[in-house]
Design a protein around this ligand. Structure first.
Ligand SMILES: Nc1ncnc2c1ncn2[C@@H]1O[C@H](COP(=O)(O)OP(=O)(O)OP(=O)(O)O)[C@@H](O)[C@H]1O
Ligand SMILES: C=C(C)CCOP(=O)(O)O
Length: 267
């Protein structure tokens, strides 16, 4: 949250223990190179891990964010829209948002089938960028905090976002994770993707990162269609957080949700 105060959900009638923020990467839950195709097995496993952690009480206050995968990125790329290049074409904005809502509906349905009380929060309806070189993202968090306090698992997603001077740009799930974590005072942040962590130039998992410069050479974009910057953007975003963040693959999800370390720790 750009310069804002952390939002408390004390007034929402629920417990106010700091939440866990988890991003399910689009490359994990979709077949990123097949337009609008889910990776059903990976999504099922992720929902199972979330349901297990809620049942065990190890991540009882949880906000989930998911990325675009083969839903948002294909449409954004087709229309030339990215986190920095906007559109004033309503059809383009609707195509990107529509694809993300379709993916969000699948994720919600699967989570609820696993008994997770998941409800949607759509960033296009809430957020805005001030625009310009240093224009920050404004993501009001009242609805998410209140839903959390009422015992729901809010599920946000990368989306289009109103951008002053530029129409609609893309907001990545990684940016949302940062806003949610700082605004809600998260205790831990997890970013689950298809890689077991941030990899060094030899392909080995880097155990911990506390400085972008020391790993910049190893960080690239995504190896699939991706308008939001892949791993380099992820690490930059996560370094800005107070809470410890972990980047891991599917195998790290259960340990992360148990409160253990997984993949690469970024702080
Ligand atoms: N040093 C690196 N370590 C690990 N992955 C890297 C590295 N450099 C580039 N990558 C790429 O970053 C990708 C992960 O970022 P990507 O944004 O595609 O994942 P995601 O968040 O799961 O997807 P989405 O953006 O759709 O939510 C990996 O699949 C890999 O291709
Ligand atoms: C492409 C869109 C609309 C979402 C981008 O979110 P990300 O996959 O988290 O980078």
């Amino acid at each position: 949250m750009t310069g804002g105060e952390a939002v408390s959900n004390d007034d929402a009638g629920g417990e106010s223990a700091p939440p866990v923020v988890l991003k399910l990467g689009g490359s994990l839950i979709t077949e990123k190179n097949e337009p609008e195709t889910l990776d059903e097995a990976a999504l099922h496993a992720a929902c199972d891990a979330v349901a297990g952690a809620l049942a065990a009480g190890t991540a009882d206050r949880l906000v989930v964010v998911h990325g675009g995968g083969s839903f948002g990125h294909h449409h954004a790329s087709e229309h030339g829209v990215s986190t920095t290049d906007g559109t004033r074409d309503a059809e383009a904005a609707a195509a990107i948002h529509g694809a993300m809502k379709r993916l969000n509906a699948h994720v919600l349905e699967r989570l609820r089938e696993h008994g997770v009380p998941a409800v949607p929060v759509h960033p296009l309806s809430l957020a805005a960028r001030a625009g310009g070189a240093d224009g920050g993202l404004d993501l009001p968090l009242g609805s998410t905090a209140t839903l959390l306090g009422e015992g729901f698992v809010p599920v946000l997603h990368g989306d289009g976002v109103a951008t002053a001077g530029d129409g609609v740009t893309v907001v990545s799930g990684d940016e949302l994770v940062v806003e949610l974590a700082s605004g809600l005072g998260a205790r831990r942040v997890g970013v689950c993707s298809t890689v077991p962590g941030v990899l060094d130039v030899d392909g080995d998992v880097i155990p911990a990162i506390d400085d972008f410069g020391s790993v910049a050479d190893a960080l690239g974009a995504s190896d699939a269609t991706d308008v939001s910057g892949g791993m380099a953007a992820k690490v930059r975003e996560l370094l800005a957080l107070d809470a410890p963040a972990y980047v891991f693959g599917a195998e790290g999800l259960v340990p992360f949700l148990r409160g253990e370390g997984a993949g690469t720790r970024i702080d």
